[in-house]
Design a protein around this ligand. Sequence first.
Ligand code: CA2
Length: 145
Amino acid sequence: MKLLVINGPNLNLLGLREPEIYGKQDYAALLDFLKNSAAEAGVEIECFQSNHEGAIVDAIQAAWGVFDGIVINPAAYTHTSVAILDALKAVALPAVEVHLSDVKARESFRQVSYAGMACLKTFMGLGFEGYRQAILFLRDEIKRR
Ligand code: CA2
């Protein structure tokens, strides 16, 4: 089983600022964590990060026929991007949304998630652990189908 993990804008700068919201660990540590989570789950993963909405849409489109599912943290595009929502709907791969922070407890502009409308489940406020839970959930969901 092959899963694509997509991280959106500025997540490559993790650890640099706002550690009280996003944690102290950097993006390299997240990649390491994802690698270990995939090994634990017994799945293959590929990780993709971009600061560009269109590049994320392209990655979602290219996942069709190649990956069995998508784990996505669209970062700020969560709250703005109908294009990412449409791409997820178009490929119709099982997808799970992750947020490091508890977006529900934050500003009003973070209360809408477009991408989340095309996802089976959302893990939020768990830091890196949310990605691990998303990978395990998606693996079980894909096996069940
Ligand atoms: O909690 C999450 O994972 C978010 O997707 C993170 C996004 C934010 O816009 C979403 O509302 C929730 C922001 C990622 C920005 O990452 C930073 C990295 C370094 C320094 C500051 C922010």
